[in-house]
Design a protein around this ligand. Structure first.
Ligand SMILES: *Cc1c(COP(=O)(O)O)cnc(C)c1O
Length: 364
């Protein structure tokens, strides 16, 4: 926050710089022959992009999705290579990308044309993106050689590299991943000497055959598991964000009493209910079901009733030590974000990106 006063706020995201560095070292150890692009798009998956760039200084480059994300890092004094992973969409964006020395992904003909028409003479790294099966962005294998030739002819293209993105690397032995690797390799053969990158976090940790000159890691840097059925801890990753709040009220209710909007949960015994100062306006998914774990005063308790905008309610009947002011962890240290994401029917990425600006961030 810009305000010089630090106002008290019970709802905080504590961001561990040590965990960031630890996770980066784990990823580097898993891909020792590759350079690592740390993906810090979407405000570093909700953690703070400028702080991420500082903590992840040992990365070889940073990846962002949007022009504004790259400009924010440059204006904060980050000098490392920054790759715009969706490239630019207009001539005005191209001019700014070049002014701020951002490297470009080129995934479509119109982006080649923008470079042909407006390029400056200051050469940048350009990543040619291939569509090997995701069918979202990129040139088809058969188009890659001519796109590469056009780009290499431009003074604005200092070095051409090639990349693709996996659709299913989080699944063990996915046939789609094998097919994408094969399509990528055969297209690359037609491109001459060129650096390449395919692997996201999941592939860094589970598909060594996909490591090339570069890997691109996001979620694992933040301590989320990129692999279905594997915990982050079992992969040697540490949670970077711990989202916590405090108990602001306590009450005893009778068996049969309901809690929260819609009276969706009723006590089946005399119960003690703690009200916590975090809700969907802080980034707690509203559709989290009753029974989702919350760590209150260090012990697991269950969310009961609906998530409100500013509050949640938790059954602390079995935790007599809980009092007003007790700390509650929503995810992070002691309560993996992957577990809460799974309760919400989503992935850790969405929860981490969804923490709102009402939450206070502490870096330590
Ligand atoms: C977001 C992104 C990544 C990082 O993926 P993770 O699963 O978070 O490691 C890598 N490459 C591209 C192109 C991306 O958009």
């Amino acid at each position: 926050m810009a305000d010089a006063r630090v106002l008290p706020n019970p709802t905080r995201a504590r961001i561990s710089l040590a965990a960031w560095r630890h996770n980066l070292l784990q990823l580097k150890a898993a891909s020792p022959n590759a350079k690592l692009m740390a993906v810090i798009k979407a405000n570093a998956y909700g953690h703070g992009a400028v702080q991420a760039a500082g903590a992840l200084d040992a990365a070889d480059a940073f990846g962002v999705a949007r022009l504004g994300e790259g400009v924010e890092l440059r204006e904060a004094g980050i000098v490392k290579p920054i790759v715009l992973m969706e490239g630019v969409f207009t001539a005005a964006e191209l001019a700014l990308a070049l002014e701020f020395q951002l490297d470009l992904v080129v995934h479509a003909d119109y982006q080649v044309e923008l470079l042909e028409q407006h390029a400056s003479s200051i050469p940048r790294v350009v990543w040619l993106k291939l569509d090997t099966g995701m069918h979202r962005l990129g040139f088809q294998a058969g188009e890659s050689a001519s796109a590469a030739a056009r780009l290499r002819a431009l003074p604005a293209v200092g070095e051409l590299r090639v990349m693709t993105h996996f659709s299913s690397a989080d699944e063990r032995d996915a046939p789609e991943t094998r097919a994408q690797l094969q399509r990528f390799e055969s297209a690359r053969l037609g491109l001459g000497s060129i650096e390449a990158g395919l692997a996201n976090s999941a592939a860094v940790l589970s598909i060594p055959a996909s490591h090339r000159e570069w890997v691109r890691a996001g979620i694992a840097l933040y301590g989320g598991s990129p692999l279905q059925g594997r915990t982050a801890e079992s992969l040697g990753l540490k949670p970077v964000m711990t989202l916590s709040t405090e108990v602001i009220a306590l009450r005893s209710i009778k068996s049969g009493d309901a809690v929260g909007y819609g009276a969706t949960w009723r006590a089946s015994r005399p119960s003690r209910i703690a009200t916590l100062a975090a809700g969907y306006a802080d980034g707690i998914p509203r559709h989290l079901p009753s029974g989702t774990p919350v760590l209150v005063a260090g012990r697991r308790a269950s969310l009961v009733g609906r998530v409100s905008m500013d509050m949640i309610t938790v059954d602390v009947t079995d935790l007599p030590e809980v009092s007003v002011g007790s700390t509650a962890v929503l995810w992070g240290e002691g309560l993996p974000v992957d577990e809460i994401a799974s309760a919400a029917g989503t992935i850790s990425y969405e929860l981490l990106c969804g923490v709102t600006r009402r939450v206070s961030f502490d870096y330590f």
